[in-house]
Design a protein around this ligand. Structure first.
Ligand code: ZN
Ligand code: ZN
Length: 291
């Protein structure tokens, strides 16, 4: 399995000279499975560039939405394959008692926010509610599970052969209690992420910023690192950068993050801040942690 990050910014696009390195586009990750087929995680503004780069192929395009906050769907309407009659696009996302996934996405792709309606899109688009569910896509087993955020939100686990990718971009796993005091079973997303070869996880706030954002649905660095360590993820990619965090600011956090990951007994080379256009090969777990 391979991934390419097309957007790692949280909340709102943050383009500009001060975010050139980590990127200003919001959540979107391309996953290439072992048979060469492609899955797309979230449809933030990063999906626009992905759509332009994606080769025209006959197989369906699967887009797995974690939730419907604007930073995870805003690029959908600018995804070139949506406007090709030959495209078949399947959009997966969380269920809600309030309305169907199609109706909820349609609140964005409709007047007055958009010039088109979902029914007017030239491609074949279908919507599937993914929770709680496991299903196969090509060689991969996909698992969707609710995680703690604001509103119905999923994390995804993708198992392909002996490699596992877990994607939880918006997540506050220890809301209400220090993560260190919680038993594994009480930590949101624990089972989903357990033993992942690569975990892509929310890290929107520094520890100093977090107290002013309790309950906003995002993680401070301390919780992101502890969550990654507790679930024994082989590699941790910290994601969903706050729009206020410039390249210089994020660069300044790197040394501290590597040192803290090492203090947790982990390889400091196996934690990084997500960077737009970064490509990563997902390797299988080398050995159980502590073995
Ligand atoms: Zn978000
Ligand atoms: Zn969100």
């Amino acid at each position: 399995m391979r991934i390419k990050i097309w957007g790692a910014r949280g909340s709102v696009p943050a383009p500009g000279p001060e975010t050139m390195h980590y990127g200003g586009n919001t959540s979107c990750v391309e996953v290439t499975l072992s048979d060469g087929s492609t899955l797309i995680l979230d449809a933030g503004t990063g999906i626009r560039n992905l759509g332009l780069a994606l080769p025209r192929v006959e197989r369906p395009i699967h887009i797995l939405l974690t939730h419907l906050h604007l930073d995870h769907i805003q690029g959908l309407m600018f995804f070139a394959p949506l406007f090709r009659p030959e495209s078949e696009i399947i959009v997966w996302g969380p269920a809600s008692p309030e309305a169907s996934l199609r109706e909820r996405v349609g609140r964005y792709i409709s007047a007055p926010l958009a010039p088109v309606e979902v029914r007017e899109l030239p491609s074949h688009v279908s919507f599937k509610e993914a929770e709680p569910l496991e299903w196969d896509l090509g060689p991969a087993r996909i698992r969707a599970q609710s995680v703690n955020h604001r509103g119905p939100t999923l994390g995804y686990r993708i198992d392909d052969g002996d490699t596992t990718l877990c994607y939880i971009p918006d997540h506050e796993p220890g809301l209400g209690a220090p993560l260190s005091q919680l038993e594994d079973d009480w930590i949101s997303g624990f089972g989903l992420a357990r033993g992942a070869s690569t975990l892509i996880h929310d890290c929107q706030y520094t520890d100093a910023e977090y107290p002013n954002h309790l309950g906003w649905g995002h993680s401070p660095i301390a919780d992101a690192l502890e969550f990654g360590q507790r679930v024994e993820a082989e590699k941790l990619v910290l994601f969903h950068h706050d729009p206020l965090h410039s390249d210089d600011f994020l660069d300044g956090l790197c040394g501290d993050i590597h040192a803290r990951w090492q203090e947790l007994g982990r390889d400091p080379g196996q934690v990084e801040l997500a960077t737009e256009r970064r490509e990563l090969e997902i390797s299988p777990q080398a050995a159980p942690v502590g073995a």
